[in-house]
Design a protein around this ligand. Structure first.
Ligand SMILES: Cc1ncc(COP(=O)(O)OP(=O)(O)O)c(N)n1
Ligand code: TZP
Ligand code: MG
Length: 219
């Protein structure tokens, strides 16, 4: 892992509701209802198959002045100047962090435990994701869910130095308890994509998890 000499660019400390979706159509629908932070997470396709969706999503994100993170496909995100990239711990082994940093992209990093948190901090990313908090059907997870106590413990450890995002099994009714742990943002997949009324769910989630336009995370 090649660690840049300076931190990755800042993002707002409270990124607000952060939907994670697997298609350009979802990106477009969520931007249209006012989502300001989101991620395009397409898994395991060749670069040439995902490139058109990534290019179009980045343009939409710019048009709506939103923060669109690209999951995994860091080379395409750099090539097309995305707002940011999200990487997991395994992705950190292979991604060129210097190239991402030099291109000025924001970086979010996943963490599951104390060791992964320490590794993420060593990279000085733009935000740190913590999870999975609750059991999830969306992604096969090798470890047990962290739960709210562990989430609160990790947030205390970070001591306000990084924007934080909680992810994993977070349903609408669980958001208040997650926010009460002091997290800046809540990332959701199924709470939106499997909701009976996704627009109503998104609006309620945005209200519970407000975005605040500042960059006051102090490292
Ligand atoms: C906001 C956010 N947090 C965590 C993840 C998970 O990333 P990763 O561990 O790399 O797993 P995949 O999403 O790539 O399957 C995420 N995507 N977003
Ligand atoms: C991508 C990812 N990373 C950790 S949990 C997860 C899936 C979250 O999906 P859901 O909000 O449906 O539990
Ligand atoms: Mg990944």
């Amino acid at each position: 892992m090649n660690i840049p000499a300076t931190p990755f660019p800042l993002v707002p400390y409270k990124l607000g509701l952060y939907p994670v979706v697997d298609s350009l159509q979802w990106v477009e629908k969520l931007l249209a209802v006012g989502v300001k932070t989101l991620q395009l997470r397409i898994k395991d396709l060749p670069d040439e198959q995902v490139e058109p969706a990534i290019v179009a999503a980045i343009k939409l994100g710019r048009d709506y002045q939103a923060r669109l993170f690209i999951n995994d496909y860091w080379k395409l995100a750099v090539k097309h100047q995305a707002y940011g990239i999200h990487l997991g711990q395994e992705d950190l082994d292979t991604a060129d962090l210097l190239a991402i940093h030099q291109a000025g992209l924001r970086l979010g990093v996943s963490t599951h435990d104390d060791a992964e948190l320490a590794r993420a901090i060593s990279v000085r990313p733009s935000y740190i994701a913590l999870g999975h908090i609750f059991p999830t059907q969306t992604k096969a997870m090798p470890s047990a869910p962290q739960g709210l106590e562990e989430l609160a413990h990790h947030i205390r450890q970070l001591n306000g130095h990084y924007p934080t995002v909680a992810i994993g099994g977070i349903s609408l009714d669980r958001v208040p308890a997650v926010m009460a742990c002091g997290v800046g943002s809540v990332a959701v997949v199924s709470a939106i994509t499997l909701a009976a009324d996704w627009q109503a769910a998104t609006r309620q989630l945005m209200q519970l998890c407000p975005y605040q336009d500042d960059q006051d995370a102090q490292r």
